[in-house]
Design a protein around this ligand. Structure first.
Ligand code: PAF
Length: 250
């Protein structure tokens, strides 16, 4: 496994991979078993696997959230070992030579649900994903279904911008009590972690989105939204000071 912090050096290595299928997993690090499942899918379907680790400042609408985001590069490289051929760890200056004066904006789905609570978040996500796809030039890129809206928007961008990559949607990995794996889970206190297991159960069992919202509030969560979209119920809540999102099939 080779690690690249300079994009110029990575480009030389990328040229040498011409003709091979490349599976790409973009991440912000703090890797867990959910990321490992994405990497395993990429490993199974491609000759070469590329992982990116970049805590993308432009998708954080709250500077405190960016500051708190876990940065665990050494541990991440251990999680990736055995599944990944190349890890790219770019700097903000290299990925944003324009200082974010150019960006990708979607003005429909990105404004609702997560987008309504995190203004500008999806502009940051789409912009960095487009840059990373340009840098890696993968055959396939792997995204988790836990971030349902992100997945829809990335698929939409690939269609809209005619990008030559296949987006592979991967099922959400869950703890035994149903809680979706997330880098944010490590910020939960023991008590909050136990309560958080109720979140997916209530989303799944409530007869309507409104009923789920009411039941979540009754269970002590602060609810940002619960909404039913085609075939899925999406929700975002706060447990103590940690914001969690999830979705379940209807
Ligand atoms: O899902 C994530 O971890 C991030 O939003 C992504 C896709 C790596 C872009 O920074």
């Amino acid at each position: 496994m080779k690690t690249w912090s300079s994009l110029a050096d990575w480009r030389v290595a990328r040229d040498a991979l011409a003709g091979q299928s490349i599976g790409f997993v973009p991440t912000m690090g703090a890797l867990h078993a959910g990321h490992r499942a994405l990497l395993a899918r990429a490993r199974a379907g491609n000759a070469c696997v590329v992982l990116s680790i970049f805590v993308n400042p432009t998708q954080f609408n709250d500077p405190a959230d960016l500051a708190k985001y876990p940065r665990t590069l050494e541990a991440d490289l251990m999680v990736a070992a055995g599944l990944v051929d190349h890890v790219i760890v770019p700097t903000p200056t290299e990925l944003y030579p324009d200082n974010y004066s150019y960006r990708v904006t979607e003005d429909s789905l990105s404004r609702r649900l997560e987008g309504a609570h995190r203004p500008g978040h999806f502009d940051g996500v789409l912009t960095v994903v487009l840059k990373l796809l340009n840098v890696v030039q993968p055959t396939r890129a792997y995204f988790g279904e836990k971030d349902w809206q992100q997945l829809q928007l990335v698929q939409g961008m690939v269609r809209a911008m005619l990008l030559p990559v296949e987006i592979i949607a991967c099922p959400t990995e869950r703890e035994p009590d149903g809680l979706a794996l997330s880098s944010r889970n490590r910020r939960l206190s023991t008590a909050a972690r136990v309560r958080a297991g109720l979140f997916p159960r209530i989303l799944r069992s409530a007869p309507t989105a409104d009923a789920a919202s009411t039941a979540l509030k009754a269970a002590g969560f602060e609810v940002d939204y619960v909404a039913d979209e085609t075939g899925v119920r999406l929700g975002a809540i706060h447990v103590d000071n940690v914001r969690l999102i999830d979705n379940v099939r209807l």
